[in-house]
Design a protein around this ligand. Structure first.
Ligand code: PLP
Length: 223
């Protein structure tokens, strides 16, 4: 089975403490179940709210862990936040406010990563470090009691220039270190650096990634 072989080859080639998010967006449930049943893998990444809702309703398994990695529209939070294990793509304050409110209304803590803008492309989402530093200086933990920030996420520029990619991942790593030292030194929640996709995960791991988000190298090209 191609999907299983692809996954196992990647799993064996990277350190065992680096988590893999199998990005199943635009792929059918059979592909998710194939990996789930044959490898014991549980973490799947989706980037569209509606697709996630439909998949979650139809798959009907308790212990699957959905990670939301896409552009998160505020008006979708209420519907999908309760089924998400980790949101990678918290990229603005309005979204953070909404996530806190929805989690509060449902009595849980929403696990999130702060997405930073590290790429050249302006179309990619994400905070600037100054915005986030301001946010934390203003009593972040009291203001967002229903959000658990577990770390940072970023996407590098789409390019063949490996040095440029490494530089962007280094930058994200430096943001992680700053936040960890300044605001999380007495908390143990902040531990994840989500960076690396099919074309750049090896570079990301060399730069300190703890979580890679891999789609096409596992499931094949998307249409
Ligand atoms: C689609 C996507 C991925 C996976 O991309 P591949 O190149 O197929 O591995 C990872 N992260 C995000 C945010 C994505 O949207």
């Amino acid at each position: 089975m191609k999907i299983v072989d692809n996954f196992l080859n990647i799993r064996q080639s990277i350190p065992s403490d680096v988590k893999i998010v199998a990005v199943s967006k635009l792929k059918p449930l059979e592909d998710i179940l194939c990996l789930y049943n044959n490898t014991g893998h549980r973490i799947f990444g989706e980037s569209r709210a509606q697709e996630l809702v439909v998949k979650n309703e139809n798959i009907n398994i308790e212990d699957i862990q959905w990670h939301f990695i896409g552009n998160f529209q505020t008006n979708k939070v209420k519907q999908i936040l309760p089924i998400i294990t980790l949101t990678h793509s918290v990229s603005n304050v309005r979204l953070l406010n909404t996530i806190n409110k929805v989690a509060s209304n449902n009595n849980f803590k929403a696990k999130c990563l702060l997405q930073f803008h590290i790429a050249e492309e302006e179309t990619k989402q994400g905070f600037d470090i100054d915005e986030v530093l301001k946010l934390f200086d203003k009593d972040f933990f009291a203001k967002y009691p229903n959000v658990e920030i577990e770390g940072v996420m970023g996407m590098a520029t789409f390019t063949d220039d490996e040095i440029a990619i490494a530089k962007e991942f280094k930058l994200l790593r430096s943001y992680f270190d700053i936040l960890k030292n300044e605001f999380f030194s007495d908390r143990d929640s902040f531990s994840e650096i989500s960076m690396g996709m099919s074309n750049d995960y090896k570079i990301a791991i060399a730069e300190g990634s703890t979580m890679v988000r891999i789609g096409s190298s596992i499931f094949g090209e998307r249409n």
